[in-house]
Design a protein around this ligand. Sequence first.
Ligand code: HAM
Length: 427
Amino acid sequence: MSQRVRALRGFNDILPDDAVWWRGVLDHASRVMDQYAYRPIHLPLMEATELFSRSVGETTDIVAKEMFTFLDREKTSMSLRPEGTAGCVRAGIDHGLLHNQQQRFWYAGPMFRHERPQAGRYRQFEQIGVEAFGMAQPEIDVEVIALSARLLRALGLQSGEGLQLELNTIGSSEARAAYRDKLVDYLRPFAAELDEDSQRRLDSNPLRIFDSKVPRTREIVAEAPAFADHLDGPSREHFEAVKDGLDALGIAYVLNPRLVRGLDYYGRTVFEWTTDRLGAQGTICAGGRYDALVSQLGGGEVPAVGFALGLERTILLLKALERDVRRDPKPQVYFCSLDGTGAVMSRLAESLRDAGLRVQCDGSGKLKAQLKRADQAGAAYAAILGGSEAQARQIQLKPLQADGEAQMLDWDQLITHLQDTLDRRPD
Ligand code: HAM
């Protein structure tokens, strides 16, 4: 026997029992996006590698270690997208959607990062993201955060119940540069005591040292000079207004001065929705403001803010907290066909679907086996079609979920009878 080909590590099959959770989350998301008038955008899964090195940042873990990068046949370096913001900005610039305009976009789709797979961390994973362009005022940070809060609420996830919103400002790029120098001055004497990743970051990306989970490193950074003392005035005012806006909407948050984010394009507001229920992969949704990115990628001065929610982690949390958002509609009618009545069954089933009903057809094996499958499918009714029924242009309708007698109906009564008795909502 030949050897089986297996799936790649970190690349998951989402089988129907799980896919119905995905569909539930995406359905809620698309409703919430409509409520805020964010419009869908679909972007390529591959982009020029340079797009990510110039946006996410050359020295970030994502670009330095985690991208799936290829040379194509023309020897162009391209990468599977590790995130959606860079592509969204690229598309906005390419199509002239950002210049002197306001835009609100949302997307859902797979992202790719070559990380060490574990629960909640995969090499292909799905994000639902939003990006708002052309609006500098703090109300837009508040809107984007409120949208994330509403989306989580729609899924049954509330702040406080295993979930919290962490908030910080990382100020202007000048303030960060000045602070970076101070931080490096402070950390340098401890260099030998820092963990290996942090030693590397000391030169490339010292702010990320705050992300370290290594106890000694954490002890050292706990005593580091505070960024708040270096925050520039305009960023401070902006942040005050964001906090006031969230307070006014009753959105609870925890200030986390150590929150820095792992992508280089952020400035001012940053936020993360985190949970203690998923072990190490506790961030389910994250984002912030990135006012410099559009010009950095060759567009004009266009302020922007957005976030992305990780679908797999959100679903892990929903399951951990027993919040069921599955969208898994059962067939309303399950056709059992006997005595060579298959063609008639197909025709009747199509006419029921024309009337908006959900219908599944069987027709293989004995009636008992077909009825068993009808039960397993969770159908409301079995519609049984044998040779004598077909001759008389009739069909036997048997309730499966509720009590009640089977009854014989004429074909032309079937639809009105079902419509009268069934809930006809499309779900
Ligand atoms: P990010 O923090 O890199 O931000 O990712 C956002 C979310 O994607 C994470 O909070 C997590 O839920 C999920 N995620 C990330 N990596 C993995 C993985 N390997 N496996 C499973 N889930 C993962 C961004 O990507 C930014 N583009 C967000 C943004 C949009 N900022 C502004 N606009």
